[in-house]
Design a protein around this ligand. Structure first.
Ligand code: UD1
Ligand code: CA
Length: 455
């Protein structure tokens, strides 16, 4: 039997309390839209169809999600969660089952969803949690045999029901046949005048269906975002979890509360991360790496024993082993630093390869360059790679020495073990083993009298 799993994501809410021109599901957590978190988690499951129910700001939401294959269904009026799922019925397969998720509940995990699907053996499973303060949430009613019999919303609950601590997360896995059967029958005869999705529980129980319930591993998995405070709170808890996962793997953080992982970090052992470091995108870090304060590292690979001094910015850079960078270096996309190379303070690199053991220690711009092994590039050296129209390449051979304050006007090649005199503007190739100097000759006027001011 082929098994079909669909996903229905409710994302029609406006998010008034965010006080934003952006639809709520496009607000970001760990630099990624809330809805994208849900879609990326679903992408790890084997799903056949993902339906997103949109309302407010639909065009904006759709434009931001073009990387995903989605079926969009508009809910023009927000008449309740049951109504939101009902409007998907034309698009929902008759057989198989569906996960019902929310665009503003971003952190539900793949593990939890897999367990929820596995738990759905009789038609319906749901994610519940026993909490200290259940106020505002739907309560799970169970009978004497501990079977779920109904969900009661806060506003409809009597005193005894309000005392129940097991709450409804709103996340379910339901057979599509049951959704097709029950949703058209929902009524809005309740305290909020809404079509409650939760009412399908009673209908299923009346049909003799035994509803399975599981709990998530982390409470934050079922938490939604309605305002900026909740968003910031969820961000902190997510960061704490990411940091904890890395600590377990042997990474030391100077202060777990002062680091941000906006993406995914893989790291070896004995990595030290000082305060206020930000990781973005996908970063891979080897063993024994030291990352000092204030570094911002995006989509980069860092080899073993490498040391980033304070305030370096790395973007799509690839660093070998025993490399030293910074302080205050900017490694832009396609920078590749070979083993034992060194980039010093106030150096910018872009689309350049720096060979093994080579040094660019101070105040330089190295762009579109191929630098060999054991090269020394003096302070203030600039590769002039751009003439206003074209980008050109600079090639520097092994063991070359570039004197300070030189301009290498590309395209240009400096040979192996060649030397460039300090202060040169090099416009022609310098051969292997040769010295190239291109600067004004020094003149001297003896006993020179400086101008004096008229009194
Ligand atoms: C719902 C559950 C409640 C549960 C809680 C968990 C119902 C009736 N109640 O209550 O048992 O404890 O979630 O957070 O389901 N939405 C739409 N269209 C609508 C209505 C809602 O897309 O017409 C979306 C909203 O954007 C929101 C989500 O569904 O993301 C939840 O809706 P909301 O009205 O906030 O449900 P709760 O009152 O929190
Ligand atoms: Ca509501």
């Amino acid at each position: 039997m082929t098994h079909s799993l669909s996903v229905i994501i409710l994302a029609a809410g406006k998010g008034t309390r965010m006080k934003s021109s952006k639809p709520k599901v496009l607000q970001t957590l760990a630099a990624k839209p809330l809805l994208t978190h849900v879609l990326d988690t679903c992408a790890q499951l084997e799903t056949d169809k993902t339906i997103v129910v949109y309302g407010f700001g639909g065009n904006q939401v759709q434009a931001a999600m073009t990387d995903y294959a989605l079926t969009w269904v508009e809910q023009t009026e927000q008449l309740g969660t049951g109504h939101a799922v009902k409007v998907t019925l034309d698009e929902l397969p008759q057989d198989g089952e569906s996960l019902i998720l929310y665009g503003d509940v971003p952190l539900v995990s793949e593990t939890t969803l897999t367990q929820l699907v596995t738990a759905n053996t009789s038609g319906m499973s749901m994610l519940t949690l026993t909490v200290d303060n259940p106020f505002g949430l739907g309560r799970i009613k169970r009978d004497d045999a501990n079977n779920i019999v109904a969900i009661v919303e806060q506003k409809d609950a009597n005193e005894a029901e309000q005392a129940i601590n097991e709450i409804n997360s709103g996340i379910y896995c339901v057979d599509n046949a049951l959704l097709h059967k029950y949703l058209p029958k929902l009524s809005n005869d309740n305290a909020q005048g809404e079509y409650y999705l939760t009412d399908i529980v009673k209908m299923a129980v009346a049909d003799g269906i035994k509803i399975a319930a599981i709990e998530p591993e982390d409470e934050f998995e079922i938490e939604g975002v309605n305002n900026r405070q909740q968003l910031a709170n969820l961000e902190r808890r997510w960061q704490a979890k990411l940091v904890e996962d890395l600590q377990v793997q042997g990474v030391q953080f100077a202060d777990p509360a002062r680091v941000d992982i906006r993406g995914q970090v893989e790291a070896g052992q004995d990595v030290f991360v000082d305060t206020n470091v930000v990781f973005q995108g996908h970063c891979q870090i080897g063993n024994n790496v030291t990352i000092e304060s204030g570094c911002i590292i995006k989509d980069s690979v860092i080899g073993d024993n490498t040391h980033l001094k304070p305030y370096c910015v790395l973007d799509e850079a690839k660093l070998g082993n025993q490399v030293t960078v910074g302080p205050f270096a900017h490694l832009r996309p396609k920078t590749e630093l070979a083993n034992n190379s060194k980039i010093g303070n106030f150096v910018e690199t872009k689309k350049s390869q720096i060979g093994e053991g080579s040094k660019v220690n101070h105040l330089s711009y190295i762009g579109d360059a191929q630098v060999g092994k054991q090269v020394n590039i003096g302070a203030g050296t600039i590769t002039c790679n751009y003439d206003g129209v074209n980008k050109s390449q600079t090639t520097i051979g092994d063991e070359a020495f570039i004197g300070s304050n030189s301009s290498l006007v590309a395209p240009v090649t400096i040979g192996k073990t060649a030397t460039v005199g300090a202060g040169s503007v090099i416009t022609k190739d310098v051969d292997d083993h040769a010295l190239g100097v291109a600067r004004g000759k020094q003149v001297q006027k003896d006993n020179y009298k400086r101008p004096t001011k008229n009194k």
